[in-house]
Design a protein. Structure first.
Length: 158
């Protein structure tokens, strides 16, 4: 056992992160079941969502960066989505080799169907939680994300 002291806040945060890991795994499993009838996995659904919700078409590297994921993993998923006709590659006027990833009509329909399936689940999961509790938890997650992204950025610079 590590004898290094940790603050009460550090202990509480560690407990929250361990719970977050479990919740993440359960959410992915639930998502896989939810979107399987649409031919998706949680990973494919997440990437479709990133594409659908982006302000403009982006190359894979930008999607991976915005998503906080490994570019090679995102590329593999995007290639699978393209094989299934859910996305297509279009020329990028700013970069000859980094094509833009764009939802097809089929991709948009599939994404919309996934969201329609998810909405009742979101409402059920939110049951018993106040809007303020959910917003507070979201603020905490955003703060942790910013700190972790800053740590990663500092490591890359150093």
């Amino acid at each position: 056992m590590n004898d290094a002291a940790r603050s009460p806040e550090g202990d509480a945060l560690t407990d929250m992160i361990l719970t977050m890991f479990r919740v993440n795994n359960l959410a992915l499993t639930s998502g896989d079941r939810l979107v399987a009838p649409l031919g998706l996995t949680s990973a494919r659904w997440q990437i479709l969502g990133a594409i659908a919700l982006a302000d403009r078409s982006q190359p894979v590297a930008w999607l991976a960066r915005d998503f906080g994921a490994n570019r090679q993993n995102v590329q593999r998923i995007v290639n699978d989505l393209a094989k299934d006709g859910l996305v297509e590659f279009q020329p990028n006027p700013h970069h000859r080799r980094a094509h833009l990833v764009v939802l097809t009509e089929k991709g948009q329909r599939t994404y919309d169907a996934a969201v329609r399936s998810y909405n009742p689940l979101a409402d059920a999961l939110a049951e018993g939680l106040s809007l303020e509790e959910i917003k507070t938890a979201h603020r905490v997650m955003l703060a942790l994300r910013q700190k972790l992204e800053g740590e990663y950025d500092a490591e890359q610079d150093g």
